[in-house]
Write a protein that binds this ligand. Structure first.
Ligand SMILES: Nc1ncnc2c1ncn2[C@@H]1O[C@H](COP(=O)(O)OP(=O)(O)OP(=O)(O)O)[C@@H](O)[C@H]1O
Length: 787
């Protein structure tokens, strides 16, 4: 019945969309843009309706008819939904019965009425007597699991089954979901969200929430479901400004990108920090020390100095002839104008107007003085109008303009930064007092690239600095404005041509108005113009100054202080969800404490939520990882695994020569064990960057991004591949059925933070872990069984 309703809704929406698209685009510009907005809305609705096909309905709540009424919920569009029904079905979206007073047939998982589905327990049943988990595949129900929350009945049922309650919601369904083969893409967890996760997902949108938790506790899943929940609950505020989700690398974004559409959301922009600067996908790999230095707050001051350094004084007086009169641009004139322009405290490109005006003004005054003196030594000879004339002459003079452009050039952020990295003199001028070693970390050999937005030339840390430079320079929208103007002229010329042809029509009835009587070229150009419509996410991607309604940062521990500055600029409301685990920090410039990261922006005003249960890593593997965690931070508590794999993680000893062969052998065995006939099941070989190519070649698969500088091509790991070979940083946030860690000591040696990357590597597996070690096994892995 529900699928029937879904089909009906799809057909209706498709028909509405078709009708809107068939509409002629004539009419007022407003009508055109309303039509486009409607088309966009129906397309989005259709996308949502298709995304909920799998597992449309996954739960049923049988409620106690005598339950107390639930507390009112602010700002919720569906707060009333299902309040007086005793049986509710919960699913991926809400469906109403239009035949029967719009009774809810299916309650959206994000609606308040659905909440007890995730939070009710036997101890606190929230009016729920029975919770039913419904599993389905392609519109067929494949399994049903009931949980009786009515205490008396529950005890009787548990006694009958001889089972113990574990505190997990829908344990059977959860365990089935957790032990399914991985597909290389993250899926949604709406059917099995657990109580502690639900609390975070539905916590207030206001302020900064930090969600901490060890590996596999569902931080990523929770962050994405929170985005969906917030958009549902605060649709009006958030859909317009959009939600930004920041992830650590392009591979990770690809891994999670399907989760959100399947939750039914399109107002979300997924981005790495390296992609936030519009038009740039920065992916140049660089030394960790260079990335850390670029992430330091000191860079803000350094860049401000670099910008000031572009506001130059002439070394010697520059002599020009303007309107037949000699003009001298000397140091004094420029210095004074520069001081005035700097005093405006406006960004460089904006302040240029003041600079030019001041230089022209001074030169004009000098000119007037000189001419007056030439005549009879009196200053009254030339009046105000003459002064204005002289000014205008100077302002229009191309030679003077060229000189001023040299002294105070209009700059784009990539231009300034590329010049800085490649010009030793400029770099030295901006980094007085720095060590040569630090300066060398920034310097680039070779020239400035032809394409200044070439992603292979810039590192993600550079992209962050570009944003900072953009703030210092101010937007230079001259090019955009000129392009817009040219387009407008072309449109008008075309419209004028159309009107001319119509006007030539000879047998036009004189009683009727001619088109040219009611419309001119400019109006016609407006009407025929294609309105550009885009979702909030699309508009935000093209606009560096866009501010989002909510910002979610995953693997937030990796961000540098400079990157935080960029993100805080994008979210002045400070409505943010930050998800991370400082024990997994890999970047040298990353976070060691949340208080340190946040205090410059929100002081102590942030909330902390902790997730404690590990859904990914089986207990046997987590025990090994826990030893590594204890070595990183003796005070940290490892998350508790929900299940055991029934298989112990192993260590395979080899030597340097045998490493590739042994790792390949283990990867092949793992693949045979975990990849099923339908192609589900994934294996990762995680190794130090320098070993990735050799391992990938021996396995006959593509290597993940190896960290080689200027590596061409796709910066992401191929997630469709059954076996992935990459370094640990690229596996951050991902998971695989089986993981082979090749050369654990090597992983530790090349990591900026020592053991953290090894901890990340060990906790990527959902089923099996093998560590292949040339030479001695690192002491922290002593618990591994040799094989
Ligand atoms: N309630 C749940 N129901 C089903 N699966 C879940 C649930 N919570 C988490 N998972 C699964 O557990 C795995 C780990 O989740 P996730 O990647 O969100 O963890 P994480 O805390 O971000 O891990 P890491 O810090 O290692 O990146 C995923 O496969 C996720 O789908």
């Amino acid at each position: 019945m529900l699928y029937g309703k879904l089909d009906e809704r799809r057909a209706e929406t498709a028909a509405l969309l078709a009708r809107v698209l068939r509409d002629e685009t004539t009419g007022t510009p407003q009508a055109v843009s309303e039509r486009d907005a409607a088309a966009q809305m129906y397309s989005e609705q259709l996308a949502t309706l298709s995304a909920v096909e799998q597992g449309l309905c996954f739960g049923r709540l049988d409620l106690d008819p005598d339950r107390p009424p639930p507390p009112p919920v602010d700002g919720d569009p569906d707060a009333i939904e299902g309040l007086d029904q005793d049986v509710l079905y919960v699913g991926r979206l809400g469906l109403l019965d239009d035949q029967h007073d719009y009774e809810p047939l299916l309650v959206d998982w994000r609606a308040p009425a659905a909440r007890p589905y995730y939070t009710a327990t036997a101890a606190s049943p929230d009016g729920v007597r029975r919770r039913r988990h419904i599993r389905s595949r392609s519109r067929r129900v494949t399994a049903v699991d009931d949980e009786i929350l009515d205490l008396d009945e529950a005890a009787a049922a548990a006694a009958a089954r001889g089972t113990q309650r574990t505190g997990l919601t829908g344990e059977a369904v959860l365990l089935a979901a957790l032990s399914a083969g991985r597909t290389g893409r993250m899926g949604d967890i709406v059917a099995t969200i657990q109580g502690e996760q639900d609390r975070v997902i539905r916590s207030s949108a206001n302020g900064v929430v930090v969600v901490e938790g060890g590996p596999g506790t569902g931080k990523t899943a929770v962050a994405l479901h929170r985005a969906a929940y917030l958009l549902y609950t605060h649709r009006r505020q958030l859909a317009r400004r959009g939600v930004l989700v920041v992830g650590p690398n392009p591979t990770f974004l690809r891994y999670i990108e399907q989760v959100l559409p399947s939750l039914g959301e399109t107002s979300v922009l997924l981005s790495t920090v390296g992609e936030l600067y519009p038009g740039l996908a920065a992916h140049r790999a660089e030394a960790p020390a260079a990335a850390a230095l670029k992430g330091h707050l000191e860079m803000g001051k350094m860049l401000a100095t670099a910008v000031r350094d572009r506001q130059e004084l002439p070394h010697r007086p520059i002599r020009l002839v303007v309107d037949g009169e000699p003009v001298v641009v000397d140091r004094d004139v420029v210095a004074q104008a520069r001081t005035r322009a700097r005093r405006t405290r406006r960004p460089h490109n904006d302040a240029k107007r003041t600079f030019v005006r001041e230089v022209v003004d001074q030169l004009a005054r000098r000119e007037v003085d000189r001419v007056s003196r030439d005549v009879d030594g009196s200053t009254t000879l030339l009046d105000r109008a003459d002064l204005a004339d002289v000014r205008a002459g100077l302002r229009a003079d191309p030679d003077l303009r060229a000189v001023l452009d040299e002294l105070w050039p209009t700059l784009t952020p990539p231009q300034l930064l590329a010049d800085l990295w490649t010009d030793q003199r400029r770099l030295r001028a901006a980094t007085r007092g720095w060590s040569d070693a630090d300066r060398d970390l920034l310097a680039r050999s070779g020239g400035v690239p032809d394409d200044l937005l070439d992603g292979a030339w810039w590192s993600p840390a550079d992209a962050v600095l570009l944003d900072e430079v953009a703030e210092l320079l101010g937007e230079d929208d001259t090019a955009a404005r000129e392009a817009e103007e040219r387009k407008r002229e072309a449109d008008e010329a075309y419209a004028a041509g159309v009107l001319e042809i119509l006007a030539m029509e000879e047998d036009w009835d004189p009683e009727l108005l001619r088109p040219t009587d009611v419309v001119d070229a400019s109006v016609l150009a407006d009407r025929t113009r294609e309105a550009t419509y885009a979702s909030a996410a699309e508009r935000a991607a093209d606009d560096r100054t866009w501010t989002f309604g909510h910002v979610i940062v995953d693997e937030a521990q990796e961000l540098s202080p400079m990157a935080w500055r960029v993100l805080m600029r994008r979210c002045p409301s400070r409505s943010m969800t930050l998800v991370g685990d400082v024990a997994q920090t890999g970047a040298r410039g990353g976070a060691s404490s949340w208080a340190e990261v946040l205090s410059p922006y929100v002081k102590a005003r942030w909330r902390r939520e902790v997730l404690t249960v590990n859904y990914r890593t089986p207990a046997e593997i987590m025990a090994v990882a826990a030893d590594v965690l204890a070595a990183i931070d003796p005070g940290a508590t490892p998350p508790e695994s929900v299940r055991e794999a029934g298989e112990s993680p192993r260590a395979v000893a080899t030597d340097e020569r045998g490493l590739v062969e042994a790792a390949v052998e283990q990867a092949r065995r793992a693949r045979a064990a975990v990849v099923d006939v339908e192609g589900a099941g994934r294996v990762a070989v995680l190794a130090p960057g320098s070993r990735v190519d050799a391992l990938a070649a021996a396995l006959g698969v593509a290597a993940g991004p190896t960290g080689a500088a200027d590596a061409p091509g796709d910066p992401a790991v191929d997630l469709a591949s059954e076996v992935v070979v990459c370094e640990v940083a690229d596996a951050k946030g991902l998971e695989f059925d089986a993981v082979v860690v090749a050369d654990p000591q090597g992983v530790v040696d090349v990591s900026p933070r020592g053991l953290n990357d090894l901890y990340v590597a060990l906790t990527r597996a959902t089923r099996a872990l093998v560590v292949v070690h040339p030479g001695a096994l690192p002491g922290v892995l002593g618990r591994l069984q040799p094989s």
